[in-house]
Design a protein around this ligand. Structure first.
Ligand code: SF4
Length: 510
């Protein structure tokens, strides 16, 4: 076995439309230090494998969907499917149907965007360990076993790194580790990613995986990974390496390049923000370096779209992009700022390649926004939406209901604001507030744990005005989504993939 050879794995399940940026970053660091490595997108491969090995079940819709698996898998990697929203929706929903129906006799449910198990919780360390001990109960097991056997045989890695970012990946990650351990108990395992970081930054964290996982890493993993390989003092800057991901059949009409121009958030003032609660520092890459890296990456990878994965693109970077346009269309999150209230600035952004901006507006009530410390003025927000529309940039607006400051009349104001600006809102995401388990604002509320697990991230709380989830759900279903000005916007959202594919349905990219 080659003690220095590394295998990096992106575990299921998240939307399989672009490569995982965290692993590409680790790959870049290994490449820079001359370490041999291989990558596996087990999310994409595993989902395709479950679809392709599906069997017909006795209902007409699923039977038809099963016969069309290959056709739909092929359609979703071709541009034509993205030129007709109805055809696209059919392909996505049929594949999703095949996935969810394959497991109807088990306790698990797989979809293109999620994984759930009625018997195991991803926020209980004991359940994660059970997933590791009985990986054959996981619906991806046949794929995991075959793939891991081949890679261990051919590559003989000494170190395997998993990037675990979302709860929907946790049980599958541990099942995959279980398969690896059975095949080769000597392989060393390192586990990092956003979810591991959130767990490790909780107060009173005690590692429940001692003796099971060799190393858990909070935050950026490059240093820890290199240190496990005996490469010390290796901090420094590496360009992400996407070469191994480039030929993979992601569900998109071409290669989407995920790029992060910063970690943390330059604003860091919003209440309940995990970036703040976890004390994640803001680390921007300088705009000059971003532009030069993008140039190199775009030149070699020829992406159809650049996805900025930052929590919020800084005004400094937006200005730099206006001066020196990106050579590929791009989208990402921004905060509502005075810059965007300038129509010329929005037109310059459009010329820079911007096709869509994601905006965490959260509420149409100024009182709620102020309580949240969002730093958003609704009059400016209205102007920004108007400017984006006139510049030809799609607005993907995120709204959040049920925050402690919100009452039903505030939610009605959010509906009024959305209706008034419906002509400038291209896509809408409606979410109900989840109270983070820890943080100073959480302590001020009357709370109980939402889950009984030791790794829970959210808490239930007694809403100060009684504006509870069941009322909010009714309001959203009966009033918000059905409003004649809102319903067409909701229908416009690509199912399952939502913002990840939305840019392909904007006039700029159609
Ligand atoms: S803009 Fe987003 S990431 Fe930044 S502080 Fe607010 S909620 Fe947090």
């Amino acid at each position: 076995m080659n003690r220095r050879k590394v295998l990096l794995i992106h575990p299921p399940v998240i939307r399989p439309c672009e490569p995982p940026p965290g692993i590409a970053k680790l790959a870049g660091a290994l490449k820079r230090h001359g370490v041999e490595y291989n990558i596996i997108d087990a999310n994409l491969e595993g989902l395709r494998s479950v679809c392709q090995n599906s069997v017909a079940v006795p209902d007409t819709w699923t039977r038809r969907a099963v016969t069309r698996v290959e056709r739909n898998l092929e359609a979703l990697i071709q541009p034509a499917a993205y030129q007709n929203l109805d055809r696209y929706k059919q392909a996505v929903l049929e594949l999703n149907r095949v996935l969810t129906m394959q497991d109807r006799y088990r306790s698990t449910e797989v979809s293109l965007a999620n994984y759930q198990d009625q018997n195991l919780s991803p926020v209980k360390s004991n359940d994660l360990i059970r997933a590791l001990e009985s990986p054959e109960k996981n619906p991806f097991f046949p794929y995991f076993e075959k793939r891991m056997s081949v890679v261990l045989e051919n590559d003989r890695p000494g170190l395997v790194g998993f990037s675990l970012n979302f709860l929907s990946q946790a049980l599958c990650t541990f099942a995959m580790i279980g398969v690896l351990r059975r095949l080769d108990p000597t392989v060393r395992i390192i586990l990092g990613g956003g979810l591991i970081t959130s767990w490790m930054r909780q107060p009173g964290w005690k590692n429940p995986f001692e003796g099971i996982i060799d190393e858990l890493v909070a935050g950026e993993g490059e240093g820890a990974l290199l240190s496990m390989l005996g490469i010390e003092g290796a901090a420094g800057f590496s360009l992400s390496d996407f070469a191994g991901f480039l030929p993979l059949p992601y569900f998109s009409p071409g290669f989407i390049l995920p790029y992060s121009a910063s970690s943390g958030c330059y604003w860091r003032r919003c209440a309940f923000c995990p970036e703040r609660a976890e004390a994640n520092p803001y680390r921007p890459v300088t705009p000059a370096r971003v532009l030069s890296q993008l140039k190199t990456l775009i030149c070699s990878l020829r992406p159809v779209l650049v996805h900025f994965t930052d929590n919020a693109l800084s005004p400094a970077l937006l200005k730099a992009l206006c001066r020196e346009p990106c050579a590929a269309p791009w989208y990402g999150f921004v905060r509502i700022t005075q810059h965007l209230a300038d129509p010329d600035f929005c037109r310059a952004l459009k010329r820079s390649g911007c096709v869509m901006l994601q905006i965490g507006l959260e509420s149409g009530s100024q009182k709620v926004l102020d309580g949240f410390c969002k730093g958003i003025d609704l009059k400016i927000a209205q102007k920004v939406l108007d400017n984006l529309k006139h510049a030809g940039i799609a607005a993907y607006v995120y709204l959040l209901f049920g925050t402690p400051w919100e009452s039903e009349s505030d939610a009605a104001k959010t509906l009024d604001f959305s209706v008034k600006n419906s002509g400038s809102i291209t896509f809408l995401n409606l979410a109900i507030f989840n109270l983070p388990a820890f943080g100073p604002q959480t302590e001020a509320l009357d709370t109980t744990p939402l889950d009984t697990g030791d790794l829970f991230l959210y808490r239930r709380f007694e809403h100060p005005t009684g504006w509870h989830r069941q009322h909010i759900r009714k309001f959203l279903e009966n009033k918000f989504r059905r409003h004649p000005a809102i319903a067409p916007i909701i229908r416009n959202d690509p199912p399952v993939f939502t913002s990840s594919h939305a840019a392909f349905f904007t006039p700029s990219l159609l």
